[in-house]
Design a protein around this ligand. Structure first.
Ligand code: ZN
Length: 50
């Protein structure tokens, strides 16, 4: 299965083995780095194969 990636507007690229994995990584990044709550829907809309 192809991995997934989400590129944060700050330039950080989050990668995961699958959609759930990369969504969790992006949510953790948004929370810790940007003090922002990213919803699952928002994260999923930013995800692409990579
Ligand atoms: Zn970021």
């Amino acid at each position: 299965m192809a991995g997934q990636l989400i590129e944060c507007p700050c330039g950080t690229v989050l990668r995961g083995d699958d959609l759930d994995d990369v969504v969790a990584a992006a949510q953790a990044h948004a929370k810790t780095v940007h003090e922002m709550d990213l919803t699952k829907e928002q994260a999923e809309s930013m995800a692409r194969p990579g």
